[in-house]
Structure formats: structure tokens, C-alpha cells
Design a protein around this ligand. Structure first.
Ligand SMILES: NC(=O)c1ccc[n+]([C@@H]2O[C@H](COP(=O)([O-])OP(=O)(O)OC[C@H]3O[C@@H](n4cnc5c(N)ncnc54)[C@H](OP(=O)(O)O)[C@@H]3O)[C@@H](O)[C@H]2O)c1
Length: 244
């Protein structure tokens, strides 16, 4: 399927969290290639600026918006600034996330708190912030990046798994609440994806056998460009040979 067959995003505005690296970066690049103006969100401004340059070099448009998604006021500012400068928000992709691994018996409370703050509270804050504009427009697509850990149990990932179950539950409820408003809410649950997230993980699975971030981005693009009237609500993307 060529990108033009997917429908295109010309004239649309997309907010991508976690856009500095990994999956969010690939999503931002893919959506910009389809013609969207992309608001790039993460904490590290230098990484966002690098992604903005890559997008502009490819002929696309992107705006750098350094934001901590766990900070309520910062998320409100991200959305209000995007609406002020770009006038609309058609799509939100929440790819900001952190992961800390280790058995529960040795887990640090601070790691639990940070994981839930970014992966769950951050998703809630970002979703809630874009809803008024999407509900007023009676259209919009929210894509929350989930994980295969809600389908397959991974020892050593309790905080991460709990946060992704939370994301799934939040998304399911929000999808029902938004149905009458014409706003689509979906979860894209990825298996192991070759991103910098794995850099700090001891003994990770083979990178060569992981999904590429560009493949996750392609699935997100399909969810965002599906014709109105249909919605891809829960998508699981795995390496073909089925490792995590
Ligand atoms: N890689 C995988 O195997 C895999 C599989 C399934 C699902 N996922 C999910 O996909 C998402 C992206 O993962 P990834 O692998 O692309 O990770 P990554 O390469 O580590 O990138 C994570 C991104 O999130 C941003 N981020 C982290 N904390 C943030 C915060 N508080 N506020 C704003 N941005 C923040 C990071 O930038 P800053 O640090 O500069 O803020 C970075 O841009 C995560 O939700 C992850 O759980 C990943």
C-alpha cells in the first residue's frame, strides 16, 4: 500500500509525545511525510530540534514543544500553544514513555512512581487536554502507544506492565465516551521495538529480531488515516516470529 493510498494528512495538525527518539520520532517523521504539521513533544529540546531538522530537510513541517507530559500545566501549555499557532489538533499520538526493569522484591518506589507518572498520568493529561478541541470539531484521532505486556506476561516489568494496563483501561473507557462525539481513541500495542529504550536493559532480546520503529509508525498512520466511520481501536504489532 503506498502512502498516498492511506489518504494523506495534508492540512492536519498532529501532536506527538516522545518525539525525540524511537517510536515517537518515527511517528513524527511518518506523519510529516503525509503532510501534517507535527508538534514535537518530549523533555529534551536538543533531540526535538534534531527531529525537526530531519523533517524540514525532507520537506515537512514541525514545531518543537519541549514538555514533560507528567506536568499538568506544561501539557495544558503544549495544547494551548499548538491551538494558538496552528489552529487545530487532528491527532494525538502518545509515545512518551519510560521503562525500568527488575523484580518487584527489589523495586524502588521512585521508579514505580516515575513509570506511572509518565506512562499513565502523562497519557491521561495529554488526552484530556486535546479533547475540547476535538469534541468541538466533532472529529479527531487519539493513538496511545501500549505494549504487548498487556497480552504476554514479562517478569521484571511490574511497574511498566501496570502502567500499560492502565493506559489500556483508560483508552477503552475514553473510546466509549468519545464515540458520540466523533473522536476515535485507539491503542497501538507494540512488541519489542528496536529503540534507545533498550539501551539500558541488561540482556535485551536480539535487536535484529525486533520490530522497527518505522513499522510502528506505519501502523499508527493507518489508524490515523482510516476513513471516518471506521476505527482501529486495538492494534497489536509483533515481530513476525513472535518474540516479545
Ligand atoms: N521499544 C519497545 O520495545 C516498545 C514496545 C512497546 C511499547 N513501547 C512504548 O512506546 C513508547 C515509546 O518507546 P520508545 O521505545 O520509543 O522509547 P525511547 O526510545 O526511550 O523514547 C522515549 C521518548 O519519550 C520521551 N519521554 C520520556 N519521558 C518523558 C516525559 N516525562 N515527558 C515527555 N516525554 C518523555 C523521551 O524523551 P525525553 O527523555 O527527552 O523526555 C523520548 O523522546 C513508550 O510508551 C513505550 O512504552 C516501546
Amino acid at each position: 500500500m503506498s502512502s498516498s493510498e492511506l489518504g494523506g494528512l495534508a492540512g492536519q495538525v498532529v501532536v506527538v509525545t516522545g518525539a525525540g527518539r524511537g517510536i515517537g520520532r518515527a511517528v513524527a517523521q511518518a506523519f510529516a511525510r503525509e503532510g501534517a504539521v507535527v508538534a514535537l513533544c518530549a523533555r529534551s529540546a536538543h533531540e526535538l530540534t534534531a527531529v525537526q531538522r530531519e523533517i524540514e530537510a525532507a520537506g515537512g513541517r514541525a514545531v518543537v514543544r519541549p514538555t514533560d507530559v507528567s506536568d499538568e500545566a506544561a501539557v495544558a501549555a503544549l495544547v494551548s500553544e499548538t491551538l494558538r499557532t496552528s489552529g487545530r489538533i487532528d491527532c494525538l499520538v502518545t509515545a512518551a514513555g519510560v521503562a525500568a526493569f527488575g523484580p518487584v522484591a527489589e523495586a524502588k518506589t521512585s521508579e514505580w512512581d516515575e513509570t506511572v507518572a509518565v506512562n499513565l498520568r502523562g497519557v491521561f493529561l495529554c488526552c484530556r487536554a486535546v479533547l475540547p478541541a476535538m469534541m468541538a470539531a466533532r472529529r479527531g484521532t487519539i493513538i496511545n502507544i501500549g505494549s504487548i505486556v498487556t497480552s504476554r506476561t514479562l517478569p521484571g516489568s511490574a511497574a511498566y506492565t501496570a502502567s500499560k494496563y492502565g493506559l489500556l483501561g483508560l483508552s477503552r473507557v475514553l473510546a466509549e465516551e468519545m464515540r458520540p462525539h466523533g473522536v476515535r481513541v485507539g491503542v497501538l500495542s507494540a512488541g519489542a521495538t528496536d529503540t534507545p529504550l533498550w539501551d539500558a536493559v541488561p540482556n535485551p532480546p536480539s535487536r535484529a529480531r525486533m520490530v522497527r520503529p518505522e513499522q510502528v509508525a506505519r501502523a499508527a498512520l493507518l489508524m490515523a488515516t482510516l476513513e471516518p466511520g471506521a476505527t482501529l481501536e486495538e492494534v497489536t504489532l509483533l515481530p513476525q516470529d513472535g518474540i516479545l
